[in-house]
Design a binder for this molecule. Structure first.
Ligand code: NI
Length: 250
């Protein structure tokens, strides 16, 4: 149930019974030679929407640009600074709180967002703790990374072992290939050397480009198949649905 496809009287009616909303958040950044720039936003959006259908909850517009400063050495990558992203998240939560939403369930597709999303939640709570007027309802926020769900980690281990890697992973690339088969056919055979990319730590964009020349970290996305992507979405939604229902009971 996309919030964007609802009318305001429908949202009013929903809020009589339900207080939860799913908030997909991703990133727009390079994902190696064969992965899409929109991977993290597209995967979080698709999984967020399937989760919304599964648990009958509204799904907010996807936050499609995240904290990705380290990817700016590669064309097409975009970032919000941590301070900007924090305010975007806070304003979105505050807006929906005005209408009576009280439980914000973030479905995240990008590791680089985690610290900032968590800090934004602290800003939301600080308003309430310090007696500010903007958060009168008992607001609770939760952050779940679809790529870290137990079912996803287990399936990635079975399918790819160590070649799953940590950026431009085989699993996230597989999800985009399932969602966009025609695009996958165009990009999937891009040459890359070595098969499995180097591993290491992340600093700024110039350092990243030197350490990880084609953009991947530790991954071999040539193993990614569309049929894997369908399975990843399914197990992610199963795990997230349990967490959503627990969260709504809290
Ligand atoms: Ni990614």
């Amino acid at each position: 149930m996309r919030l964007q496809l609802a009318t305001w009287p429908e949202v009013d009616e929903y809020l009589r019974t339900y207080k939860g909303i799913i908030m997909p958040i991703g990133s727009t950044e390079q994902h190696g030679p064969s992965g899409l720039v929109g991977t993290d936003a597209l995967t979080a959006e698709a999984i967020g929407q399937r989760l919304g259908d599964e648990v009958d909850a509204y799904v907010a517009p996807t936050i499609s640009v995240g904290m990705a400063q380290h990817h700016l050495g590669f064309s097409g990558s975009m970032t919000l600074k941590p301070s900007t992203l924090l305010l975007v998240i806070k304003d979105m939560v505050d807006s929906l709180t005005v209408h009576g939403f009280e439980r914000f369930f973030f479905v995240n597709g990008h590791g680089g967002n985690i610290a900032t999303v968590t800090a934004a939640f602290s800003e939301v709570y600080a308003d309430s703790s310090l007696g500010g007027a903007s958060n009168r309802a008992p607001v609770k926020c939760a952050l779940h990374n679809w790529f870290m769900m137990p079912g996803v980690v287990k399936l990635a281990e079975e399918l790819y072992g160590d070649a799953e890697g940590s950026h431009a992973t085989a699993s996230e690339v597989a999800v985009t290939y399932a969602l966009f088969p025609e695009t996958a056919a165009r990009v999937r055979n891009a040459p890359m050397e070595p098969g499995t990319a180097p591993d290491g730590d992340i600093y700024d964009a110039a350092d990243y480009r030197r350490s990880f020349p084609d953009g991947r970290i530790g991954s071999n996305p040539t193993l990614a198949k569309a049929e894997h992507g369908e399975k990843f979405m399914q197990v992610a939604v199963d795990d997230l649905a349990k967490l959503y229902r627990e969260f709504m009971g809290s």
